[in-house]
Ligand binder design. Structure first.
Ligand code: MLT
Length: 338
């Protein structure tokens, strides 16, 4: 082999090596923090996303789920994604509200009254506006919505069917002002605690109870440390999949589109999971020995106390009473006046 041929072979090998080295920058394995364990609605959304991402990218991109808060508390993952040290996170919307207060409109008690309401709001112009707000406020972009169902109250001490029954119970809530004030409206002062610490808090009886949907109660095995469930429906739990905005902006336009389309598929997978599984999971909780009670009088006293005290207090942080009225109008409900 001549010197020239040797050099050009070496150059070709070097450029192939350079290409191989560059390839991983384009073929991503997104790291996704997931607050809940396997079997949860969050996992259903995550798996839906991974499947669609792999299909839409022809196998170029994938994503890995890190379940059960392995990558930190849900609120910490928002910070990590904001600074770009984490690609994505799947978490309850109440854990984004401290960073982007306008999304609190989805956490106001008794605003969202069904899965259909949740789908209408998240997939329409209001969901789009809140997505833009989280980019500007928190440096994260919502790319999919998990629909987890109504947050039900659980506790280890006694059946609760009225507001008066709450007396004496120490209830864990997320570090979320709207949820803290809702329990205050019901006459007790709840204990704010990170989600990642909640099972241990219930097990060691630092707290007596908490609220989360059936699918979450089951996935987190709360039936091992909680006996009583009250079917309140004060918040319909919505749990977005967020991507770090800086990570998103590093993607090509084509890859951004793939990620957004995979997000839509993940949202659909989540709605399907809830429709298919919620009744079955409620039965599992009964079979595990939980007692499920309905609140008295169709929950009216819970509704009246919470809406009267909490809604007006948060008009300003959600962007004004008009924002709440836009949400109510979108789901066919009457407006409120200031
Ligand atoms: C919370 O209670 O902090 C969240 O709803 C937990 C979750 O992500 O399921």
């Amino acid at each position: 082999m001549t010197i020239m041929k040797k050099l050009s072979t070496a150059a070709a090998a070097a450029s192939v090596a350079a290409l191989a080295f560059a390839a991983p920058a384009y073929a991503k394995n997104f790291k996704i923090a997931v607050g809940d364990s396997g079997g949860s609605s969050q996992e259903a959304t995550g798996l839906g996303f991974v499947k669609a991402l792999e299909e839409l990218s022809g196998g170029k991109h994938t994503a890995t789920l890190f379940l059960n808060g392995q990558l930190g508390s849900e609120q910490d993952t928002v910070n990590d994604a904001a600074i770009g040290t984490l690609d994505m996170s799947l978490l309850a919307i109440n854990n984004i509200t401290p960073f982007s207060p306008s999304v609190g409109v989805f956490t106001l008690p008794y605003v969202i009254l069904s899965l259909e309401d949740a789908e209408t709001l998240t997939q329409g112009p209001i969901g789009q506006e809140l997505t833009e707000n989280t980019i500007n406020d928190a440096g994260v972009r919502i790319i999919a919505w998990t629909y987890t169902g109504f947050r039900r109250l659980t506790n280890s001490k006694k059946p609760v069917t009225s507001v008066a029954d709450l007396e004496g119970l120490v209830i864990r809530v997320p570090k979320n002002e709207i949820m803290i004030d809702t329990y205050k409206a019901w006459g007790i002062s709840p204990t704010p605690m990170a989600w990642s610490e909640t099972f241990a808090g219930l097990q060691t009886k630092v707290v007596d109870g908490q609220d989360n949907p059936y699918t979450t109660i089951n996935a987190m095995k709360f039936y091992e440390v909680q006996k009583y469930v009250t079917n309140i429906r004060y918040i319909f739990s919505i749990e977005p999949l967020i991507i770090s905005e800086s990570v998103f902006q590093e993607l090509s336009a084509e890859d951004q589109n793939i990620v957004l389309e995979a997000g839509k598929a993940a949202t659909a997978a989540s709605a399907q999971f809830l429709r298919d599984k919620e009744a079955e999971i409620k039965q599992i909780l009964l079979d595990k020995g939980m007692q499920i009670d309905d609140p008295e009088n169709g929950e009216q006293e819970f509704i009246d106390l919470a809406t009267a005290a909490v809604w007006p207090k948060f008009y300003e942080s959600i962007g004004g009473v008009d924002k709440l009225n836009a949400v109510l109008a979108a789901i066919g409900r009457d407006p409120v006046s200031e």
